[in-house]
Design a protein around this ligand. Structure first.
Ligand code: PLP
Length: 368
């Protein structure tokens, strides 16, 4: 049996590089609570993401939860169900009511016309998702948010380093959440960040990730614990040095898939949107009247020790934990895509011969 190929493979720096980076922690004994590495990474990421305001977190999910708390939202929040569990859970765990908007059939981001029709007098925010690194219609979302006085918090977990017409994706909306989980394009093992428009939010967010404390004897917010520690930050400092090279390698894999699969009937491939500099995070394929169904392709790959994933299935509005609180039939396009999508393996050092092999299986050819 060939060596297993997972949907992704975490980036790690050369071993010596990481050891060198953490050495001084044995001197300082400062392991967490916004230490030197944390400060340095925050600074370097502000530069890399070309954004003025950023705050690091222990993971992306708690960054999102904290931002929803910091904006003091109430009532309803409009979002999409075609995403990772985190987006919806962050809304519900803040005591807010998620209102699910459908997605577009071409890039799977929030559908603008429906979005505006879902706004009620209870709506306080929109949480759109730059799913797979496909960018939402940020201009239209801004127009709608202004018109109805809504906050916009992007789930930008997939959008690290992306620019639109030269502008960093970190600079849209009131805030954006990035995930630095091990499986993402840039990782700090676990980790995440918020970028935000209002510089005054910085001290508020810093309090939310540190038990709501604003000083040793002052607790002003009902916060939690979501601080990035020094080892995470050290991993980030190392990975950041190599991330551009990794993205270039991802691009080669992405383009090889396109080359191999573009003539095949019944499958819809991802594409890079106009004006977007991509990070090539994912390769989602929609099987619609192909010779194999999505589930069949998934099984055929598994037989060869290749593990694609059904990102994003099931929809978050059909999760068991919500009972019949939501109805996935309200978002038919999201349901249609979720039933047919498969995310193929993509990471920097995935061999192009492995890509060819995956494509042969999808085409139904003979296995090497
Ligand atoms: C990974 C991810 C998150 C959560 O990020 P963590 O860093 O794992 O907490 C949130 N939303 C989406 C869409 C994600 O893919």
């Amino acid at each position: 049996m060939p060596k297993p190929i997972q949907v992704t493979k975490s980036s790690i720096p050369p071993y010596e590089q990481f050891i060198e980076e953490i050495k001084d922690l044995w001197e300082s004994h400062w392991l967490t609570n916004m230490g030197i590495k944390h400060q340095k990474l925050e600074h370097e990421l502000a530069y890399y993401l070309d954004t003025p305001n950023i705050s690091l977190f222990s993971n992306g999910h708690l960054a999102l939860e904290s931002s929803l708390s910091a904006f003091n939202l109430s009532g309803e929040v409009i979002t999409t169900p075609f995403t990772f569990a985190s987006t919806t859970q962050a809304i519900v765990r803040n005591g807010l009511e998620p209102v699910f908007c459908d997605i577009t059939p071409d890039d799977y981001t929030i559908q603008i016309d429906q979005l505006e029709s879902l706004i009620t007098d209870k709506t306080t925010a929109i949480v759109p998702v730059h799913v797979y690194g496909n960018i939402c219609d940020v201009k239209e979302i801004e127009r709608i948010a202004k018109k109805y006085n809504l906050k916009v918090i992007y789930d930008a977990a997939h959008a690290f380093g992306i620019t639109v017409n030269g502008e960093s994706i970190a600079n849209f909306g009131d805030a954006s959440m990035f995930s630095f989980h091990a499986t993402k394009v840039f990782n700090t093992i676990e980790g995440g960040a918020l970028t935000f428009k209002d510089p005054q939010l910085k001290s508020v967010l810093n309090a939310y990730k540190n038990f709501g404390m604003t000083g040793p004897e002052s607790v002003e917010y009902v916060g939690g614990n979501a601080k990035m520690n020094e080892f995470q930050a050290a991993m980030g400092l190392c990975n950041l040095r190599n991330v551009d090279e990794e993205i270039e390698k991802r691009q080669l894999v992405f383009e090889r898939y396109i080359e191999q699969l573009s003539e095949i009937k019944g499958i819809k491939l991802p594409f890079i949107q106009q004006g977007v500099k991509s990070n090539y995070a994912y390769f989602p394929v929609v099987f619609d009247q192909h010779k194999f169904t999505r589930d069949e392709v998934c099984e055929l790959l598994k037989e060869q020790n290749i593990f694609a994933r059904k990102y994003f299935y099931p929809l978050t509005n059909s999760f068991k934990c919500f009972g019949d609180r939501f109805n996935p039939d309200d978002t038919p396009m999201a349901k249609y895509i979720a039933d047919r999508v498969l995310t193929l393996p993509l990471y920097a050092d995935l061999a192009l011969e492995d890509v060819d092999q995956i494509c042969r299986i999808i085409k139904g050819g003979s296995i090497r």
